[in-house]
Design a protein around this ligand. Structure first.
Ligand SMILES: Cc1cc2nc3c(=O)[nH]c(=O)nc-3n(C[C@H](O)[C@H](O)[C@H](O)COP(=O)(O)OP(=O)(O)OC[C@H]3O[C@@H](n4cnc5c(N)ncnc54)[C@H](O)[C@@H]3O)c2cc1C
Length: 310
């Protein structure tokens, strides 16, 4: 992992920097590259604009590690209102939450209750409900949450990180239960005891993990794979595998983030590939934005350019 990426991931957890950056004009301007706005209406408008191109969406309100359980109530109510707006807008969208946004740190049982209620509301609208995967101390808890939710409904999925050493094993349990898995490389600063430090190894793990999820024995009722990466080489390798094995298109979708290689998102949609764009919105964007900067050094120059533009 590069020094710059390490520094940005460290910065993502620093409260002092967060306070300052969130008030700084050129940083706020740069964030717009990755999100259509702070309000859910901005995200819904962006989703509606992508729909005619055949790109469906996933919505997520930025926020993590809330400090008081009562904030989880607001987050829960917010997502309930998002479901109503999604229905009105007639868009094919899914929602994605972070357990620590719904009170996992304060009370895991309460977090489960919020997730269960949201899942039931999602089911009524046939909307998929995703659990994001946060940093490694949350993996056991998030998987435990998922393993309680999945038997209740086929409308719930979980993100799994290819950079974690434990993932090969976790996937075996998930395959056995017919899980809906969003495969990602992983976005947090993790020690080498927990995550593979070499990018080439993570890329290989990513391919291997998706291949595992596309085998015949993973084809269980309701199971789904989201191939969530911007890595065009991996996307193409996996498309070749899918074609070779004649995998049913119902078993997978590709997913990318809003503002990152949108030309590729349109290209995939045009080629008839199912592609979803994850749109983030909200006021608490700092840690998420630092993680996006860390993924590509050129993004940092974009911020610097905005600084000089004023
Ligand atoms: C739909 C979706 C959901 C996600 N959910 C989670 C989650 O729940 N938990 C989690 O830990 N991580 C999540 N991630 C983030 C993921 O873990 C990676 O950090 C991120 O996707 C970058 O890795 P990559 O697979 O795109 O590959 P990389 O090898 O990092 O990137 C491949 C290429 O894509 C381009 N690229 C990648 N990132 C950026 C960027 N920020 N700006 C500009 N160009 C870029 C670059 O050209 C790069 O060469 C999610 C990603 C997606 C797409």
């Amino acid at each position: 992992m590069s020094v710059m990426r390490k520094a940005l991931l460290w910065a993502s957890t620093n409260a002092w920097l967060r306070e300052r950056a969130m008030r700084t004009g050129f940083v706020k301007k740069s964030v717009k590259k990755f999100m259509p706005g702070e309000k859910v209406e901005d995200a819904i408008q962006a989703a509606a604009a992508l729909k005619p191109s055949g790109i469906n969406t996933i919505l997520t309100r930025l926020g993590e590690n809330i400090t008081h359980l009562k904030e989880a109530d607001d987050v829960f109510n917010h997502y309930m209102s998002v479901l109503a707006l999604v229905k009105q807008a007639g868009i094919d969208t899914q929602i994605s939450i972070k357990p620590t946004q719904l009170g996992y740190d304060q009370d895991p049982e309460k977090c489960f209750d919020y997730c269960m209620k949201l899942l039931r509301a999602c089911e009524q609208q046939n909307v998929l409900f995703w659990l994001d995967m946060e940093s490694s101390p949350y993996v056991d808890g998030t998987l435990a949450l998922y393993k309680r939710l999945r038997p209740q409904s086929a409308n719930v999925g979980v993100a799994i990180q290819a950079y974690l050493i434990r993932t090969d094993k976790d996937l075996e349990d998930l395959v056995a239960m017919g899980a809906l898995v969003r495969m990602v490389k992983g976005a947090y600063l993790e020690p080498p005891t927990v995550a593979f430090p070499e990018k080439s190894r993570v890329d290989e793990q990513y391919y291997k993990n998706c291949e595992r999820l596309l085998r015949d024995d993973a084809n269980k009722p309701g199971a789904l794979l989201h191939i969530a990466t911007h890595d065009v080489t991996l996307q193409e390798r996996l498309r070749a595998l899918i074609a070779e094995r004649k995998i049913d298109p119902k078993r997978y979708e590709f997913a990318m983030l809003f503002g990152i290689n949108s030309a590729r998102q349109h290209e995939l949609a045009k080629a008839g590939v199912k592609i979803r764009c994850l749109i983030s919105y909200g006021e608490f964007w700092f840690p998420w934005y630092m993680r996006r900067l860390g993924e590509r050094p050129a993004n940092v120059w974009f911020v610097v350019k905005n600084m000089f533009k004023g």
